[in-house]
Write a new protein. Structure first.
Lengths: 252, 189
């Protein structure tokens, strides 16, 4: 039995070669990303329709709680002066969370594609660098690489680059591991149920052995960890590290 | 992955025009520049959407509620201040009323005291005057009585003497003698 764990499907490729960037592909990642964005936006619209000042509904209380939690998280980690980062971190968290959890529906998570996390990590890297330059000026930023001694400059550059790479790969690796484990598990369960039901003699056994009966229920247990726990955890960690890195960069 | 059939079919019309249809998978771990850029844009679009559809309305409503609460607190404070000022004015008026009452009572007491004193003094004076008058009256009466008695005794004495000596004594001639006699009697009596 072959087990194929592959990347996202490519639905369409724009047949125009652009130097360096290559061809634009509409992949599963992008399509599901758009779906994720749609879900989040519709959720936001649903949560915030018919807002009232007094006698609020549970829905509004929940929406207000979300906003206050985002405020508390960002301001708690970064301080009051970074209040303007709240929508960014909230968008990052929401996108990451919904992207991770959408695998529960059987879709392929956009976060199971390194491009997604790489894009986020690049944004975070730019923000970190911007904060460093804002805090110490371009000279101070460049000088920071030669600290404490000039000999360490290559290592400093490496560690600077390692930040976004580790950020992206941590998230991607965790989600991909879920995909891999799930792929292996479904294959294994299909094989197991094939062998188990194959024990039934005759045509009935042949027919039933094609139904991966064990695949019902069992993966749900693992999905508690690989989808729910990892999904929520990684979204949280990504946002936590983002806020920490940016706040630290501003302090230097 | 059947769920994706919908997307595949919607994208189908694009695929028909395509010069080259792709039905393969991307590598498991790879960086595709365009996908990366698209995801970058997606993040920013998501940021704008979440800002517009979640943060803006919620912040507005929170702001409104804060304003309403502030207004309510302001009103309550104003009412409290008013009540305090009213209480103060009441207290001052009560205090002034009390002091006024005290004054009135004090005045009344003073008046009463002075009046009673005056009455007592007057009574005393009256008593003294009455006493003096009575004494004077008594003295006068006494003198009168004494004089009467003197006269009586004088005339009696003369009568007796007249009877004794047999002739009438001229009152005028012997007035001196009689007075002397009476005075001697008065002193002895």
């Amino acid at each position: 039995m072959d087990i194929n764990i592959v990347g996202p499907k490519i639905y369409y490729e724009v047949p125009v070669d652009i130097p360096i960037l290559g061809r634009f592909q509409i992949t599963e990642t992008l399509v599901v990303s758009w779906l994720v964005m749609l879900i989040i936006t519709l959720l936001c619209i649903w949560l915030t329709h018919g807002l009232k000042v007094e006698k609020i509904s549970k829905r509004q209380a929940f929406a207000e709680m979300l906003v206050e939690m985002a405020d508390k998280f960002v301001i708690g980690n970064m301080g009051e002066k970074f209040r303007y980062f709240v929508p960014f971190v909230a968008a990052l968290f929401a996108t990451s969370l919904v992207s991770n959890l959408i695998s529960l529906t059987g879709l392929r998570s956009p976060t199971a594609d390194l491009n997604t996390e790489a894009a986020w990590a690049i944004v975070v890297f730019v923000l970190i660098t911007a904060q460093k330059i804002k805090a110490g000026g371009v000279g101070g930023y460049l000088k920071g690489f030669t600290q404490p001694i000039a000999l360490l400059t290559p290592f400093n550059i490496l560690s600077e680059l390692a930040t976004p790479i580790s950020l992206a790969c941590r998230h991607f690796g965790n989600i991909l591991s879920g995909v891999v484990i799930n792929g292996l598990l479904y294959a294994a369960l299909a094989l197991a149920s094939n062998k188990l039901l194959g024990l039934i003699p005759g045509a009935v056994g042949d027919l039933l052995s094609n139904v991966p009966i064990l695949a019902i229920g069992v993966p749900a247990i693992l999905s508690v960890y690989f989808d729910w726990f990892t999904g929520v955890m990684q979204a949280f960690i990504f946002c936590m590290l983002t806020t920490m890195y940016i706040a630290n960069a501003a302090e230097e | 992955m059947n769920t994706l059939g919908f997307f595949t079919s919607t994208l189908g019309f694009l695929a028909q025009d395509a010069a080259q249809e792709v039905a393969e998978n991307q590598d498991l771990v790879t960086i595709v520049p365009w996908t990366l850029i698209a995801q970058l844009c997606n993040l920013f679009i998501q940021l704008l959407l979440i800002k517009r559809f979640l943060f803006k309305p919620i912040r507005e409503i929170l702001e409104k509620r804060k304003a309403a609460a502030d207004a309510a607190i302001g009103d309550a404070e104003k009412a409290k201040e008013e009540a305090l000022s009213m209480k103060n004015s009441y207290e001052t008026s009560i205090r002034s009323a009390k002091s006024e009452a005290g004054e009135i009572i004090a005045n009344a007491q003073k008046n009463a005291a002075s009046q009673s004193e005056a009455i007592i003094r007057e009574a005393n004076e009256q008593v003294v005057a009455m006493k003096a008058k009575a004494e004077k009256d008594i003295a006068q009466e006494r003198r009168k009585a004494v004089n009467e008695v003197k006269d009586e005794i004088g005339s009696m004495a003369m009568e007796i003497a007249g009877k004794v000596i047999g002739r009438e004594i001229n009152e005028k001639d012997h007035a001196k003698l009689i007075d002397e006699f009476i005075n001697n009697v008065g002193v002895e009596s």
